[in-house]
Design a protein around this ligand. Structure first.
Ligand code: ADP
Ligand code: MG
Length: 702
């Protein structure tokens, strides 16, 4: 039997937590360090040296030999460059060395990371700087130090910096509002995130046989098997032993890294699963989600499985998302997205709710952009994922309250007895009402908003950066009004403000079925935007109001946004280009020859039949028809494959203004046509001829 795993002892054993800092760093230095965290001042070299020394001692006691600045470049993943602690002291001897300077600042060569033009070629240097708000941890013998990554001229080149800036902006504005409500105890507020991670598990040997999975992480063709998720027998079903062993293994790894992995279950599609941690502040939730994705992949490998994080690895089968649960919590543990018990608490909640509703309405496009990339385009609007139209579900009870405010009547009757915000009580809003609407892109679930559009492979930094910033913006606008109001008028002003905001922005609230085609029409009537693709969404990223928002809240400068747009668009085009080339290669080198080989066998059968029987025509009908259909498929595949080649060549030659539009309209649409023909050929070709594992083999392999 394997040794028992003592969770309470092992939890965060590989993390340099506060408790470990207290053990390894002199308390006088910890006091200075905490003061810097609070005030935002920079750390003195002395303190940095003391912390570095403590970190090193702890890391070495854990068997670490290296350290690395762990950062999150614009690739969407993480990057790390490992340096040994090793330092020679002469006569063939070494010591283990690590200084405050090395802790605080690194200098990875930025030239190989996407910079969107922010890094001039003559200045390739990029810097990584320690983010002391996130804990260092040990993975595979290296002490990993969470860092931000920026250019020589100080512009952010990563996902983390804007997120950190947005949490600061939200903190600043939320505190102003709390002050208006007479809150004297709250010293800081933090946005919280809980990211539910969906994924597929596939047998590694089968995975290796498919070039598309290996290179693109998703299948580019595959006929629908007789059974996928129709019987709903996988969702929450009992977990198979091989999968369960994998889950137990990754949980241990995550727990050791201080990730509060809590929930695990089978998802709707065969081979699809989900893990969810307990929520934490956005910054560590973001770091921990990156770690989680890495660990899921590594642990799967040990079990001869592959963890697919792609949004839509299989066409016609449910895709994978990453539901981002979001709320705002004070340092005293009070959730500001939770309805309170007293009229005044409720007034405060309604103000935050109004801010959220109007923020999402005003910045629909930016929120849509935060989840726009090639992989997620395959999933959004796929009738198992939210549509590309942004809306908010609030549920019946809260809708009742909002309606009564807008219509100046009491919430529980049509009698004109207006509810007075700040004076009257609200009905109790049940947490997590049972009529939860899974078709909505953003749902209020009692004390948080669940943003369901992010895709399974993406970093949660961009969506949370936008959520934090748009909320900060609205709270700032409200604070500007309320701070000017004297105490005796405050309830009236508050009432009018909330009423006005709900009246103006109610169009973004939709409690119906988001998958229904009539919603598209209804949303259009309401004037809501509907950007089905990344290409369409990204056209609005640099709208003046979005630049003003990001600049005004100190989250991103205009040049940082321009660079980001360039990176996103280029990545979109690159992903599609790689997929198109992979598809071309598979069709030309494997599928067309395989279909030809089977045609050969059919022709031989037909000619044997001709020899054996006199009434040839009748007996060879089946073989003849199959062969003719396959010949048609092959011909179409050759034609389409050539068209695809020309489209790709033209893309690189033309350098069109709207490259993403070109890739969507010309390249992706041809790939879809090829997919159809390949699927047609697949169902006519026996397994022994078909060169790739089929959907039924892949989806029922774990
Ligand atoms: P479901 O699948 O029913 O939506 P899960 O339990 O799978 O629920 O996931 C819910 C996620 O929301 C968890 O990560 C949980 O920690 C997180 N969560 C709960 N409360 C909050 C909150 N106040 N703020 C942010 N996230 C939260
Ligand atoms: Mg869940």
């Amino acid at each position: 039997m394997s040794e028992a795993f003592d969770l309470t002892k092992e939890f965060a054993s590989c993390v340099f937590t506060e408790e470990k800092m207290e053990r390894y760093v002199p308390s006088s230095e910890i006091v200075k360090y905490r003061r810097c965290l609070e005030t935002g001042e920079s750390l003195s070299m002395e303190t940095a040296d003391a912390i570095a020394k403590g970190m090193k001692e702890w890391a070495i006691s854990m068997g670490a030999t290296h350290y690395c600045h762990w950062f999150q470049p614009m690739t969407g993943g993480t990057a790390e460059k490992h340096e040994g602690f090793i330092s020679p002291v002469g006569r063939g001897r070494i010591i283990m060395d690590f200084s405050g300077k090395e802790l605080v600042k690194g200098e990875p060569d930025a030239s190989s990371f996407p910079s969107g033009g922010l890094r001039a070629t003559f200045e390739a240097r990029g810097y990584s700087a320690w983010d002391p708000t996130s804990y260092a941890f040990i993975v595979d013998g290296s002490l990993c130090i969470p860092t931000v990554f920026f250019s020589y001229s100080g512009e952010s080149l990563d996902q983390k910096t804007p997120l950190l800036r947005s949490t600061r902006a939200l903190n600043r504005q939320a505190l102003r509002i709390l002050k208006v409500f007479g809150d004297k105890e709250t010293r800081s507020v933090s946005p919280m995130a809980g990211a539910e991670q969906e994924y597929f598990l596939i047998d590694k040997d089968l995975f290796n046989e498919r070039e598309d999975l290996r290179i693109c992480g998703r299948t580019l063709f595959g006929a629908k098997p007789p059974k996928t998720q129709e019987l709903n027998d996988h969702y929450f079903g009992s977990i198979k032993p091989r999968v369960s062993a994998f889950m137990k293994d990754y949980e241990k790894e995550l727990w050791k890294l201080g990730v509060l992995a809590k929930t695990k279950h089978n998802e709707v599609a065969p081979s699809q699963h989900e893990m969810a941690p307990i929520y934490s502040d956005c910054n560590s939730a973001n770091d921990q989600n990156q770690l989680t994705m890495n660990i899921l992949r590594q642990v799967a490998d040990r079990h001869n499985l592959v963890c697919l994080l792609a949004e839509k690895p299989f066409d016609g089968v449910n895709g994978s998302g990453k539901h981002n649960n979001w709320s705002i919590v004070t340092d005293k543990g009070k959730n500001l997205i939770s309805p309170g018990k007293t009229p005044s608490q409720n007034a405060q909640f309604l103000l935050f709710l109004a801010a959220f509703v109007s923020a999402v309405d005003e910045y629909q496009d930016l929120l849509r952009c935060s989840v726009a990339y090639a992989g997620n385009d395959n999933r959004l609007g796929g009738h198992e994922a939210p549509p590309a139209i942004i809306s908010i579900f609030v549920g019946t009870e809260l809708q009742g309250v909002i309606d009564s405010i807008i219509q100046d009547r009491s919430y529980d009757s049509a009698v004109p007895n207006p509810i007075r915000i700040g004076i009257d009580s609200m009905p109790v809003i049940p947490k997590d009402t049972t009529d939860r609407n899974r078709t909505s892109p953003i749902a209020f679930t009692g004390n948080k908003f669940e943003f369901r559009m992010p895709g399974s492979s993406q970093s949660i930094s961009a969506p949370n950066t936008v959520l934090n910033t748009i909320m900060a913006q609205k709270l700032c606008e409200y604070a500007n009004i309320l701070e000017q109001t004297d105490a005796k008028n405050i309830n009236n002003v508050l009432h009018d403000l909330i009423k006005d905001e709900f009246t103006k922005h109610s169009r973004i609230i939709f409690n119906g079925n988001g998958y229904d085609s009539s919603w598209v029409e209804e949303a259009r009537r309401r004037g809501l935007s509907n950007y089905a693709t990344t290409a369409e969404a990204m056209r609005h990223y640099l709208d003046p109001k979005n630049i003003a928002l990001m600049e005004g809240n100190g989250v991103m400068s205009e040049s940082e946004m321009r660079a980001r747009k360039e990176i996103y668009v280029e990545k979109y085009c690159n992903v599609i280009s790689i997929e198109a080339n992979t598809l071309k290669d598979m069709v030309r080198r494997e599928i067309i020859p395989a279909v030809s080989a089977f045609e050969g066998e059919l022709c031989r059968t037909i000619s044997y039949m001709k020899e054996a029987f006199t009434t040839v025509q009748e007996v060879s009908d089946v073989e003849h028809d199959t062969c003719t259909s396959l010949m048609k498929c092959n011909k179409k595949m050759v034609q389409l494959e050539r068209q695809l080649e020309r489209a790709l060549a033209k893309a690189s030659a033309s350098g069109a203004d709207d490259m993403s539009g070109y890739f969507h309209d010309k390249v992706l649409s041809l790939m879809e046509k090829i997919r159809e023909v390949v699927n047609e050929a697949e169902v006519l070709t026996p397994d022994r001829f078909w060169p790739y594992p089929t959907y039924s083999q892949l989806l029922f392999s774990e």
